[in-house]
Write a protein of this length. Structure first.
Lengths: 414, 154
C-alpha cells in the first residue's frame, strides 16, 4: 500500500512537479516513459515516488518515446491506469502510436511539456509539438500555469476514463515558462485527490481470460471509415463529460475551468485569442490597456484545444461590440495561416458579428512575449476596428528580427 | 467422413473473409476490440480447456472466416505413411494441422496458406505430406504417391 505524501495547504511547485504529484495521487498502474527536456522532471519525480514507496504502480524505463507510448498502450489494453510524459522530439517520435492509442480507445494520460520542434534544435517552449498532435484523436487540454497543470492532470484521468468517453487525454503546459517556474500551488490531500479521480474501470481488458479479445485489429476500406466515425463522435461528445468533470472539480476545490476561458469579453471591442502561459501575459496587458488607455480589450483562451470548442468560441465571438480579433499562433505555420487563426476564423464565419480576424506568429523557440508587445498588437486591432478594415497584412510575425514579415491583405471594406 | 466437426467448415458457420454483416458507425465495436468467443470462458483455464470444435467462435474471430482462396498449392496428407510424430503440427504457422490425442487427423483447408512447411519437416520416406496444385483431387494425389526412396550406395 502506497504511503501518504505529506502536503502543505500551499506548496511551491513548478509545472513539472505539479504534474508528477497529480500522477502519483491518481495511483497510476504503469508509467512507461523516456525522459526528455523540459518534461524530464515529471518522470524523474515519479521514479522517486516509486522508489520511496509512494506509489503501488510500476515505472517502466523504455528505449524511446515510441516504445514509451507503445508500452502505455499495452498496459492500458491489459486493463490498467496508465500515464506518461514527453516533449517536442519525443512527442514527434510518439506520433505514430498516439493515433493507435486513440483509435484503440485507451484512456492514457499524456502530460506534454510544450517545446519547439527541430530543426534548428531547441529546448525552449513553443506549441509546435501541441499542433503536431492536434489531429491524433486525443482530448487536448492546456494548462496556463502550475496550479492548472496539477488540476487538469487530475481531471484528465476522470475525463478520459469515463465510460462514455474512453479516449486518451493530453495535458499541455509550456516548456520552462510553466514547467520550470515555481509558483504557489494548492494541492488536494492524497485521499481527496484519489477519491475525485476514482478507481479505474477496465473495459475489454486483455487480462480477463474469460473474455479473450483482440486489440488493434486491422480494417480496410470496408470497416475503417465506420470506426473512425465512431471515434470522432466519441471525441465530439466528450465535451459533455469534460464540462461535468470541471463542474465537479469546482465543487471540490472552488477552482473553475471552462472549455474556453474568457477574460473581459463582455464589452470587448477587440480580442486576443491565445494559448498557454501567454494567456496570463495577454490578460495583464489587456487590464493595463483598459485602465491606462481605455481600450476595450478582451482575451479568449481555449482551455480544451481538442475537441475544438467551436460552440463556445462562437459564443465569445458573436458579440455586437466585437470588431477585431487577433489569433496568436506559437508554432511555425509551415506555409499556411496559423492553426488557431484557421479554426477561430471558421467558427467566426457562422456568427452574426463576424469580426475581422488577423494572425500573429510569435514566440517561436521560446522567444519572449512581453506585456508591451501584447499591448502593441492589441492597439493594432483597435486601429483595424476604427478604420473598419484590416490595416495590416493578415498574417504577421511578432518578435522576429529583420525586415517586417507579413502575408495577404484584406479584400473586405477598404 | 468420421472427422466431420473437427475438420468440417459447416460446423463453424464458416464464410468468406469480408462476408460479415456490414453495420454502421454506431454499431461497430468501440476501439475495434473484437471478442474471440460468444460465451464467457472458464476463468481458470480459459480457452485451453476447450477443443477448437467445442468453442463458440464469434463472428469476428479469424477462425470463422475462410482464406482458402489465398492458396495456390496445397498439402495433401497420406495417413498410410504418417508416423504421428507431430512435427507438422508443431511447425505449421497457421495451426492448420489438425491433431487429436497425438493422432494426425488432417488439414484445415480453410486456414492453410499452402506454405509447405509441413512437407519440409515431415521425416518419413516417402513423405506423408506433399504439395499439389490447388485443383488437384485428393484421391488422385494419393493414388500417384511416390515410392519409398532407396538409399544410394556410396
Amino acid at each position: 500500500m502506497a504511503k501518504e505524501f505529506d502536503l502543505n495547504e500551499v506548496e511551491v511547485w513548478d509545472g513539472n512537479y505539479a504534474a508528477s504529484q497529480a500522477l502519483r495521487q491518481a495511483q497510476v498502474d504503469v508509467v512507461a516513459a523516456y525522459p526528455i527536456t523540459p518534461s524530464t522532471p515529471i518522470v524523474e519525480n515519479y521514479g522517486g515516488y516509486e522508489a520511496n514507496g509512494y506509489v503501488d504502480g510500476q515505472f517502466v524505463m523504455v528505449e524511446s518515446e515510441h516504445a514509451a507510448m507503445s508500452g502505455c498502450i499495452g498496459a492500458a489494453a491489459s486493463g490498467g491506469r496508465v500515464a506518461t510524459a514527453t516533449s517536442s522530439q519525443g512527442f514527434a517520435l510518439m506520433a505514430e502510436v498516439l493515433y493507435q492509442a486513440s483509435g484503440m480507445r485507451l484512456p492514457i494520460v499524456l502530460t506534454v511539456v510544450n517545446r519547439a520542434l527541430a530543426s534548428p534544435l531547441n529546448v525552449r517552449g513553443d506549441h509546435s509539438d501541441m499542433y503536431l498532435g492536434r489531429d491524433s484523436g486525443w482530448i487536448n487540454t492546456d494548462a496556463f500555469n502550475s496550479q492548472e497543470a496539477y488540476d487538469l492532470t487530475l481531471c484528465a484521468f476522470k475525463i478520459g476514463e469515463n465510460l462514455d468517453v474512453r479516449l486518451p487525454v493530453m495535458v499541455h503546459q509550456d516548456g520552462f515558462t510553466t514547467s520550470h517556474k515555481a509558483q504557489n500551488v494548492k494541492p488536494l490531500k492524497d485521499a481527496e485527490a484519489y477519491k475525485f479521480v476514482g478507481d479505474y474501470k477496465p473495459v475489454d481488458d486483455m487480462l480477463d481470460f474469460t473474455r479473450p479479445v483482440t486489440h488493434g485489429a486491422q480494417t480496410e476500406e470496408d470497416w475503417h471509415f465506420e470506426h473512425k466515425a465512431r471515434q470522432h463522435k466519441a471525441l465530439m461528445d466528450s465535451t459533455k463529460v469534460i464540462d461535468e468533470v470541471f463542474a465537479e472539480f469546482k465543487t471540490l476545490t472552488g477552482r473553475e475551468y471552462k472549455r474556453v476561458e474568457s477574460y473581459m469579453m463582455e464589452d470587448a471591442e477587440v480580442a486576443m485569442v491565445v494559448l498557454g502561459s501567454s494567456v496570463e501575459t495577454a490578460v495583464l496587458a489587456a487590464q493595463e490597456l483598459r485602465e491606462k488607455e481605455g481600450v476595450k480589450v478582451g482575451v479568449i483562451a481555449p482551455r480544451v484545444f481538442r475537441p475544438f470548442p467551436f460552440d463556445l468560441i462562437r459564443e465569445e465571438l458573436d458579440r455586437e461590440s466585437l470588431k477585431a480579433v487577433v489569433c496568436m499562433d506559437k508554432s511555425a505555420p509551415g506555409g499556411a495561416m496559423g492553426a488557431l487563426f484557421n479554426e477561430i476564423s471558421a467558427a467566426s464565419l457562422t456568427t452574426k458579428a463576424r469580426p475581422m480576424i488577423t494572425n500573429y506568429i510569435y514566440g517561436l523557440g521560446g522567444r519572449d512575449f512581453s506585456v508591451e508587445e501584447a499591448q502593441r498588437i492589441m492597439k493594432e486591432q483597435k486601429a483595424h476596428a476604427d478604420a473598419g478594415h484590416i490595416t495590416t497584412e493578415i498574417q504577421q510575425f511578432s518578435g522576429v528580427r529583420g525586415p517586417k514579415l507579413g502575408f495577404f491583405e484584406t479584400r473586405r471594406g477598404k | 467422413m468420421s472427422d466431420k466437426g473437427v475438420l468440417a467448415t459447416d460446423k463453424r458457420g464458416i464464410r468468406e473473409l469480408g462476408a460479415e454483416k456490414k453495420v454502421g458507425w454506431d454499431e461497430v465495436p468501440q476501439g475495434v476490440v473484437l471478442n474471440s468467443f460468444e460465451e464467457m470462458l472458464d476463468p481458470k483455464h480459459g480457452a485451453a480447456s476447450l477443443k477448437p470444435e467445442e468453442r463458440t467462435y464469434s463472428d469476428f474471430n479469424s477462425f470463422t472466416a475462410t482464406v482458402a482462396s489465398w492458396r495456390v498449392i496445397k498439402p495433401v496428407y497420406n495417413r498410410d505413411i504418417c508416423i504421428d510424430c507431430q512435427n507438422c503440427w508443431v511447425w505449421c504457422p497457421d495451426t492448420s494441422i489438425i491433431s487429436r490425442d497425438k493422432q494426425m487427423i488432417g488439414i484445415d483447408y480453410d486456414h492453410c496458406k499452402g506454405c509447405g512447411v509441413c512437407v519440409e519437416v515431415c521425416p518419413t520416406n516417402p513423405k506423408s505430406l506433399l504439395m499439389f496444385g490447388e485443383s488437384m483431387d485428393g484421391d488422385e494425389a494419393l493414388a500417384g504417391w511416390p515410392e519409398k526412396k532407396k538409399k544410394e550406395k556410396k
